[in-house]
Design a protein around this ligand. Structure first.
Ligand code: DP6
Length: 363
């Protein structure tokens, strides 16, 4: 597929109004997307676990209008929200060419998260994918083309992911589960820079119901937005080597996911997390996004792993919070370890239990 294939060419405008609703999850990258070209094209491929509990619920009501331009209102958790407007305005501008009906309707966008507001968890992946899916459901009602009609169709999912990417890169990995690859690469057939594809290679039972417990070390506003963070990779002295490394790590991870080799999984995932932070520490300007408690937790995890012969490991986003990844069979022990030894490093002792999930749903 090329971008032009996602342009809606003919649609009817008889529909006066309607409502659509989707719930879409967050995701956690194992191989990280960090660095992008124009039009939200990633510099390197990434792969993520789709999550199950951290989700955004979005309802869009649309009403026919006459005048030109975009018209929308945003409500977050029941209250009108002005802070989200610029991001959605930019999103509409980017996707208008693919969805010409956006100027024909007024949209009321009502959204809420299942995870607490200001938990420091990025909601752009779940939020943007939920909006993209709602818009696709509207397109399906208006379209005079057969390809977009069913939300189960490949075209529907691909275009939803394609649109979500234009809202926020990582959002394109939130449409489906349980593992999604985004970014053209040699080892995953049909992989694309334009949208995420479900990882359909073999996955060992060791990864079934894989757990992700998110320790909320810092719930504040992100010190560096990911959009600014990606720009730090322009002219970065280690950029080319890093992009190559991501390709290599994805190829290695493909083998590890098939074999179930958890030791090798840990090495790749932790190295990816630390490399992401190393990129930020070595860019200009430079940033340290970990907090002292992030490091305390990492050291505790390493000590626990050694003492208990555990397969617990960590990954990080572009912030201080720590994602603990571990096999389902270790759940009881790891939760005990968190309660006894890690919870004191979390802001207000706050953590969120999640696990690998199947993707978005229409409601
Ligand atoms: C560190 O998808 O939030 O979480 O495309 O600018 O919206 P934009 O960036 P975003 O970047 C996510 C970066 C990351 C790694 C990842 O999820 O792959």
């Amino acid at each position: 597929m090329i971008a032009e294939d996602f342009i809606l060419k003919s649609y009817h405008t008889d529909l006066q109004n309607g409502t659509v609703k989707w719930v879409s999850p967050s995701n956690i990258a194992l191989v990280k997307y960090w660095g992008k070209k124009a039009d939200q094209i990633p510099e390197n491929p990434s792969i993520s676990f789709t999550l199950s509990n951290c989700k955004t619920v979005t309802e869009i009501s649309f009403t026919k209008k006459e005048d030109d331009g975009f018209q929308f209102d945003v409500y977050f958790e029941g209250k009108k929200n002005e802070a989200f407007r610029p991001k959605i305005q930019t999103f509409f501008e980017r996707i208008a060419v693919y969805m010409p009906f956006l100027k024909d309707y007024h949209f009321k966008i009502e959204t809420s998260n299942t995870f607490p507001h200001s938990s420091g968890i990025a909601s752009s992946a779940s939020g943007m994918s939920a909006i993209a899916l709602c818009l696709m459901s509207i397109e399906a009602q208006l379209s005079q083309e057969s390809n977009a009609l069913s939300s189960d169709s490949t075209y529907f999912k691909q275009k939803a992911s394609f649109l979500a990417r234009l809202g926020s890169g990582s959002a394109c990995r939130s449409i489906e589960g349980e593992l999604v690859v985004w970014g053209a690469n040699e080892c995953i057939k049909d992989s694309s820079d334009l949208y995420g594809v479900k990882f359909t290679e073999s996955v060992h039972p060791n990864f079934k119901n894989y757990q992700d417990t998110i320790l909320l070390v810092d719930k504040g506003e992100k010190q560096v937005s990911s959009t600014v963070g990606h720009q730090l990779m322009y002219g970065h002295p280690f950029a080319q080597e890093r992009f190559k490394q991501a390709h290599d790590n994805l190829a290695k991870l493909k083998t590890v996911l098939a074999s179930g080799d958890l030791e090798a999984f840990i090495t790749i995932v932790e190295s990816e997390a630390l490399t992401l932070h190393a990129m930020m520490m070595t860019s200009l300007p430079y940033f340290i996004l970990m907090k002292p408690n992030t490091l305390e937790i990492i050291n505790k995890i390493w000590a626990y792993r050694e003492a208990e012969h555990s397969k617990l490991c960590f990954t990080l986003d572009a912030g201080a919070n720590v994602h603990l990844l571990y096999p389902e069979q270790e759940k009881e022990n790891v939760l005990e370890f968190i309660k006894n030894e890690l919870v004191s490093y979390c802001q207000n002792e706050h953590y969120i239990c999640d696990e690998i999930g199947l993707g978005a749903n229409q409601i």
